[in-house]
Design a protein around this ligand. Structure first.
Ligand SMILES: Cc1cc2nc3c(=O)[nH]c(=O)nc-3n(C[C@H](O)[C@H](O)[C@H](O)COP(=O)(O)OP(=O)(O)OC[C@H]3O[C@@H](n4cnc5c(N)ncnc54)[C@H](O)[C@@H]3O)c2cc1C
Length: 552
């Protein structure tokens, strides 16, 4: 390492000073060499122009950068922001001040970030500038998600989070640079209004963590699925983990601390909270595992994990063109005429967040009932999610679309989900005011309401609220038949077996059965298959359509 020049800490999805190994290492190296540290965020227009990135994500990042700037300034050197391609920004700094070392977390991203990192690595190598990358979230470069992964991850997560550096040797003579309010001008986007978005920044992350462990734990397991309860039952830590205002290790350490405290209390006092912590820790592990999966398959936003599904949707005869585009548009805008789907889309537009169960439903309905390809639908959801994390997102998008090679028949009944997760229809009414006066048994499927009920509620379908885009039962049957044909040959199959998916609930006519809350599925059982041919489902049932989970 040269002794002249600055030590640059390149912040990306790690917008914090605590538990930040590259920052600590850079501070130590700079101190030894008597040089300054330059904490740098590079606003990359090419990244933010990508169709999976959005203004709402920038809103969260902007607040996180402002918080980080304050934090670092108090330690001696504020965060510096520069806009442009990374190599150009680094080259300008190198020309002006010299760069002694580049320090960063390793990014597990899409093919785009791999390409960007390759260019940065080549640039640094050519100039003899060492780029020291550190792992993140227990994810290892080049390691397979196989035997021993959990033990390795658990060991990594069990180590104590490192504190923030007490003082940072400053890089003198460098303007911090403004943090733009929006990216609209820079990248030519329309404003992305998301009034219910969570606030960014370390302090907001710490407050969310505190709220979760103090108050939300009790509601976590029972309330995590329904859109009525999930917003106040889940941890809501996802954007903080995605943009790194909190590290997974810090959250894990807090969870373990809380578990130890609760273990000292009598069961009558702890209630469900110990189980809730275990369920939460499971999810942190799934998180690591899925990001590890993206290390192995950075192409997963672009190709189906099982090649057998590559040309199945969209390309099929008769589904290209206006019809497919119409479905995508209606689904994206929350105008399918299927209330739970539309309400979730509206909630997502407003808040930038949804529970796991509702995300899974949106993706599954798009992939089966509407027969849409996972790439455009996954992209629409990605940019709606403030917590967009490519490793989790594309693995989940492909799982729910059934393109991983396991669980190809992953249908979810949007009407049944509505009955179970929003039995009184309160969430739907809040999101779809046009349906506000429709009584509960019919709010889940307004097209089944007698004309007199619709008239009394002041609704004309197709005018006040969309008529259903398709009959859900017919659409699900068509999807099942297409899949059967594709998987079992042109003659199709009468095999209507389904997989072990708690979403596949025997259904009845709207409002005639008391809904039961369903347990959350365990994604570790659903991990992407190694490009194996899709297998017929394992559990067989009778062909009564009510047992297929998509009928009424
Ligand atoms: C189609 C689809 C797309 C998704 N895209 C994303 C995404 O881009 N970013 C994202 O963070 N999550 C994604 N998820 C997973 C999950 O829905 C969210 O993590 C969760 O809803 C976030 O809320 P929370 O932080 O309150 O979750 P909690 O239940 O409190 O979980 C705590 C943390 O564990 C992780 N986690 C939770 N569920 C999962 C899971 N099933 N798989 C992997 N990790 C999990 C997240 O980091 C989360 O913040 C997606 C799920 C689906 C079905």
């Amino acid at each position: 390492m040269t002794t002249s020049g600055l030590h640059i800490v390149w912040f990306k999805r790690d917008l914090r000073s605590a538990d930040h190994a590259p920052l600590l290492a850079a501070v130590a190296a700079a101190r030894e060499a008597g040089r300054g540290v330059l904490p740098l965020y590079i606003l990359e227009p090419d990244l933010w122009r990508r169709c999976d990135m959005s203004g709402r994500q920038w809103g969260f990042v902007r607040e996180s950068l402002a918080d980080l700037r304050r934090d670092l300034a108090a330690r001696g050197q504020p965060l510096v922001l520069r806009a442009g391609p990374v190599v150009n920004v680094l080259a300008a700094i190198h020309r002006a001040q010299g760069i002694a070392g580049l320090w960063s977390h390793r990014e597990t991203g899409t093919a785009w970030s791999w390409g960007r990192d390759a260019a940065v690595a080549a640039w640094a190598r050519d100039r003899g500038i060492p780029w020291i990358e550190t792992g993140h979230d227990g994810v290892l470069r080049g390691a397979a998600d196989g035997a021993g992964w959990v033990a390795r991850w658990s060991r990594n997560m069990a180590s104590a989070p490192a504190p923030s550096p007490a003082a940072i040797p400053p890089a003198t003579g460098i303007e911090p640079g403004p943090i733009p309010e929006t990216l609209d001008r820079l990248i030519g986007r329309v404003p992305d209004i998301c009034p219910g978005r969570q606030s960014g920044g370390r302090r907001a992350g710490e407050a969310a963590m505190q709220r979760f462990f103090d108050r939300r734990l009790l509601r976590y397991r029972r309330g995590m699925a329904s859109p009525v309860t999930a917003g106040d039952a889940c941890s809501r830590l996802s954007p903080h983990l995605a943009w790194g205002t909190l590290s997974t290790r810090e959250v894990m350490a807090a969870a373990v601390r809380r578990r130890d405290e609760l273990r000292d209390l009598p069961p009558a006092i702890t209630g469900d909270r110990l189980k809730a912590i275990d369920a939460f820790i499971d999810r942190l592990r799934w998180r690591g595992r899925m990001i590890q999966g993206l290390e192995a398959r950075p192409d997963s936003p672009h190709v189906t994990l099982d090649p057998a599904f590559e040309a199945l949707r969209g390309a099929e005869a008769g589904l290209r063109g206006a019809d497919t585009a119409g479905y995508l548009d209606a689904w994206s805008r929350g105008e399918t005429g299927w209330p739970m789907v539309d309400a979730c889309m509206r909630a997502l537009a407003r808040d930038g967040w949804l529970s796991f169960r509702m995300r899974a439903m949106l993706m599954a309905v798009a992939s089966y009932h509407l027969w849409l390809d996972f790439r455009p639908t996954g992209t629409v959801l990605a940019r709606c999610f403030v917590d967009y994390e490519p490793g989790i997102h594309w693995a989940q998008a492909q799982m729910q679309a059934g393109t991983t090679g396991s669980h190809a028949f992953r249908m979810v009944n949007p009407v049944r989900q509505s009955e179970v997760q929003d039995p009184d229809g309160g969430f739907i009414r809040a999101m779809l005011p046009a349906l506000a006066r429709l009584p509960a048994p019919f709010i889940h499927a307004p097209w089944t309401a007698p004309p007199s009920v619709l008239a009394e509620a002041g609704i004309t379908l197709g005018r006040d609220y969309p008529a259903p885009i398709a009959d859900p039962l017919a659409a699900a049957r068509a999807a099942r038949d297409r899949l059967s044909r594709a998987l079992h040959g042109a003659g199709g199959t009468t095999d209507t077996s389904i997989t072990e998916n708690p979403d596949l609930i025997p259904a009845t006519a709207p409002g005639t059965r008391k809904p039961r809350p369903q347990p959350e599925p365990n994604p570790t059982k659903l991990s992407p298959a190694k490009a194996s041919p899709a297998k017929p489902a394992t559990r067989r049932r009778k062909t009564d359509p009510r047992q297929l989970g998509f009928d009424f």
